[in-house]
Design a protein around this ligand. Structure first.
Ligand code: ADP
Length: 362
């Protein structure tokens, strides 16, 4: 029996606005962390579809708005979002352009330049924030438009995470010291031209790919308009990794011993993997599958921290004093990791806070 129209909004969209007359095949796509993904092949090309049985359309709405904001900059390749909505059986879906990924992650220096071009093109007249709240990992990310960057970052980024740590762990120490820092970050922004620009927001290696022509593609955004204080700032904001911190600080130094220290919690096998820089298991790189340690491992392997940020800097130079602010941006992600995955991340967050309090004499 044919499904009545309205029973399957995905099929319905593809066969109307999607301009297909026939769906020739539906195949599952592996590798997602949260949602079920499929490839719909049709006589009008292929579509990439994600569904989630348990969550309403707001998550996909945020993804669609993020993708379309990046798409509209006409800079780096992102899948064009077509449609999101609720499923009649509960849950939600998103339909987007299907991109045939290439084997490699593409040229990292092109990625750096294109990202910088996106940051440059994605200006915001509304200040810092986004039209919709989204999530960083599974933590809500509040994007209320705010004209002042320092206020936005203190309140909606650091402050939100600090409150979460207090509420879920009763950690009043990190809350109080973190709030003291959040109220005193002004001097770190002296002589900086503060201008909002569009950010992918969750840029780690799992969200970077390349198409068949080797052009970099970025996926799965947690977009918001952030400070354009220099190319590396957005990288830091988007990063999920403490190793990236290490890699940016000490690419030329005794990196291995620093890696080992940072990776003290990992198993011997994983340490070897890190040192051999051999692992890139795209399909397993999800919080829930291999555990967070793997997020720590990946960015130093693949994250564009040297070559690509260099080529990005030509498009968008760093602002003065960026090095002083880098850890402040990392702090947001450490706090988020602490909130998502527990106490293993507390000391990294705490030491950044304490270092700044000392430096700022706050
Ligand atoms: P989730 O929302 O569950 O994290 P992802 O967005 O990571 O799902 O997508 C799952 C997998 O589908 C990715 O690992 C990637 O390989 C593939 N994928 C994502 N977007 C597209 C796309 N536009 N076209 C083709 N494949 C895609």
């Amino acid at each position: 029996m044919m499904a009545a129209m309205g029973d399957d909004p995905i099929r319905e969209w593809i066969l109307s606005e999607g301009k297909a007359t026939q769906i020739t095949g539906i195949r599952p796509v592996g590798g997602g962390c949260i949602n079920r993904a499929s490839r719909y092949d049709t006589d009008a090309g292929s579509f990439f579809v994600k569904t989630n049985r348990g969550i309403g359309p707001s998550m996909f709405e945020a993804e669609a708005l993020g993708l379309s904001a990046m798409y509209e900059t006409g800079s780096i390749r992102v899948p064009r979002p077509f449609k999101f909505g609720a499923l009649p059986t509960g849950g939600s879906y998103i339909i987007m352009e299907f991109i045939e990924f290439g084997a490699s992650r593409g040229d990292q220096s092109v990625l750096g330049r294109k990202l910088a071009e996106m940051h440059k093109a994605g200006k915001s007249a509304k200040g810092f924030g986004f039209d919709i709240d989204n999530t960083i990992g599974s933590t809500p990310q509040i994007n209320t438009w705010t004209s002042d960057w320092i206020e936005f970052y203190s309140k909606h980024r650091l402050g939100y995470q600090l409150k979460l740590a207090r509420d879920q762990y009763g950690d009043s120490t990190i809350y109080e010291r973190g709030q003291r820092l959040a109220k005193n970050i002004g001097p770190l922004f002296e002589n900086v031209v503060i201008e909002p620009c569009l950010l992918q927001g969750d840029l780690w290696s799992g969200n970077i790919s390349s198409d068949k022509n080797g052009e970099p593609v970025i996926l799965d955004p947690a977009c918001y308009c952030n400070i354009a204080s220099g190319f590396k700032a957005p990288i830091a904001i988007g990063s999920m990794s403490s190793l990236q911190r290490v890699s940016m600080i000490d690419l030329n130094g005794d990196t291995n011993s620093i890696l080992l220290r940072e990776l003290g919690k990992l198993t011997q096998l994983r340490r070897l993997n890190v040192l051999n820089m051999g692992i890139m298991r795209q399909n397993l790189e999800c919080h829930g599958v291999l555990g967070l340690e793997d997020l720590f491992i990946m960015p130093i392997l693949r994250y564009p921290c040297s070559q690509s940020s260099f080529s990005g800097e030509r498009v968008m130079p760093k602002q003065p004093g960026f090095e002083k602010r880098r850890d402040l941006y990392m702090l947001y992600h450490y706090l988020n990791h602490y909130n998502l995955f527990g106490s293993g991340y507390r000391s990294s967050a705490m030491s950044i806070i304490d270092d700044y309090l000392r430096m700022l004499k706050a």
